[in-house]
Design a protein around this ligand. Structure first.
Ligand SMILES: Cc1cc2nc3c(=O)[nH]c(=O)nc-3n(C[C@H](O)[C@H](O)[C@H](O)COP(=O)(O)OP(=O)(O)OC[C@H]3O[C@@H](n4cnc5c(N)ncnc54)[C@H](O)[C@@H]3O)c2cc1C
Length: 451
């Protein structure tokens, strides 16, 4: 297959690496004769998971057909390059929704399985892998196997959350969630500090199917951890005003573009502080339930094309970790204090509850609290800070999310993912020559301690 050498990156635009790109047109062409190859969906992982420096990267974006939609039972089968945006356009008008969705719909099905993505409903419903009925996996010897929780279960749970390192996912069959409208009923609750924020997140009277908190991470002292908890569910037919019209029609979002790389100084503590204060007042006021479309609710940033350019040419790192329930409050507080002491500001800070641990051997979720921070890369001091955050996360028994990562050390990875040894045995059995590899895998020393 022809290849093109190009410099590419993940969504954080760091690192940028030269890779040899292959773009198959059809499912039959999937597979690669290259010694080292990694599949790439929409490149929405933030770091180096879908990079393979000086080696092959298989772009799956054209292998994106929707193959079968059982409208009565809400079961969809599609090629792994299909995006959630394409799928939503077909399923929502028929009264179905994604069982789990990340904060952008511009991701591929393959990426959702490989990262075992979670959404705002993880504490109720689990992660994407929990809804996958079967996948077709293309192995290192080019054979194709069906895997599911019942058929080849070990390989299935090594692939769900396995970051593309067990093979190329060709097709995905998964279960959808029924909805009565394309709209969301949402309610916000303001919290003056971290203690109140945790109380709100743990209050079953306020919790909803989808719950997430925005944190003003520039607030400190008495206000450390102040934020807004945003709760919502798919609006039931009786919650819509009389004469609503087509309940499954979604209002098209007006899309804007970030036209150029912002200079580094635009996002600074002053500008972020001013934005946060306004946002806290504005969003915190929405204490009465209100209706909104699923697009602005789940994908607020998707309407701003290339918003990653706001962080400037050097890019940014998203730091996402989870701290288990037992140490959740202390761990998150310690992280916010360290961030505040560093005088670095995160433009976006999101806190979510996660439910039971995923069944994928390398899946990220464990029952606890996950914090995500977007931090512009201005200097190497950021990497020093994030190493300190890793130490806090490890001390509290937590882990960092590989789909967001660009800099975790191999030692920290092993301590954070105790089932790595089990996973590696399965990887060795199906990929003894280590064909499926990525820049992330080499940075984390995946396979370096194998046979
Ligand atoms: C704005 C934004 C919000 C996000 N919110 C969330 C969130 O709420 N929850 C969450 O869990 N994640 C979230 N993410 C992360 C994102 O959902 C994951 O990184 C997802 O894997 C990206 O899918 P992709 O198609 O872009 O995959 P890529 O970035 O291209 O690849 C990601 C990984 O999947 C593997 N992969 C992709 N396709 C295949 C395939 N066909 N076969 C085998 N392996 C494959 C790659 O090898 C790589 O390891 C967010 C990302 C962004 C940019």
């Amino acid at each position: 297959m022809p290849t093109l050498t190009a410099s590419i990156s993940g969504w954080g635009r760091y690192p940028v690496q030269s890779c040899e790109l292959e773009r198959p047109e059809r499912y039959a062409d999937l597979g690669s004769d290259a010694a080292s190859v990694i599949a790439r969906g929409q490149g929405r992982s933030y770091g180096d998971a879908a990079l393979n420096e000086n080696r092959r990267v298989l772009l799956t974006e054209r292998v994106n057909r929707l193959l079968d939609f059982d409208v009565d039972n809400g079961i969809l089968r599609a090629e792994a390059g299909a995006t959630l945006a394409e799928i939503l356009g077909v399923i929502v008008p028929k009264g179905w929704f994604l069982p789990v969705t990340p904060g952008t719909k511009f991701v591929s099905l393959g990426g959702c399985v490989a990262a075992d993505v979670h959404g705002k409903n993880h504490h109720h419903d689990g992660s994407f892998g929990d809804f996958v009925l079967a996948i077709e996996l293309i192995l290192a010897d080019d054979s194709r196997v069906t895997c599911s929780a019942a058929e080849n279960p070990e390989l299935f749970w090594a692939t769900v959350g396995g970051m593309g390192l067990t093979g190329i996912i060709g097709e995905v069959k998964f279960k959808l969630a029924p909805i009565q409208s394309a709209h969301m009923m949402v309610r916000h609750h303001a919290a003056g500090n971290l203690e109140q924020l945790f109380q709100l997140l743990e209050d079953p009277g306020r919790d909803d199917r989808y719950t997430v908190a925005w944190i003003d991470c520039l607030a400190n002292g008495q206000s450390l951890g102040r934020g807004v908890v945003m709760c919502g569910h798919h609006a039931a037919a009786e919650e819509l005003p009389a004469g609503f019209g087509n309940v499954f029609a979604a209002k098209p979002e007006r899309s804007r573009q970030v036209p150029f790389d912002f200079p580094g100084w635009v996002l600074n503590p002053l500008s972020i502080g001013a934005f946060n204060a306004l946002y806290y007042r504005h969003e915190g006021k929405k204490q009465q339930p209100f209706l909104t479309g699923y697009d602005p609710y789940f994908y607020p940033l998707d309407s701003i094309g290339q918003w990653n350019r706001m962080y400037g040419k050097r890019g940014f790192l998203q730091y996402q970790c989870v701290i288990p329930d037992a140490t959740g409050y202390e761990g998150i507080k310690a992280l916010l204090l360290e961030l505040s002491a560093s005088r670095r500001s995160s433009f976006l800070a999101v806190l979510k509850r996660l439910g039971a641990q995923g069944r994928g051997l390398l899946s990220f979720p464990v029952a606890g609290y996950t914090l995500a921070l977007d931090l512009p890369i201005r200097d190497d001091g950021l990497f020093v800070l994030l190493n300190k955050l890793d130490e806090i996360v490890l001390r509290h028994g937590g882990r960092v999310y590989l789909a967001k990562d660009a800099r975790l050390s191999a030692d920290s990875f092993r301590s954070m993912y105790p089932r790595y040894g089990e996973w590696l045995k399965i990887k060795n059995a199906v990929d003894p020559q280590n064909r499926f590899s990525s820049s992330l895998a080499r940075r984390l020393g995946v396979r370096s301690d194998a046979t």
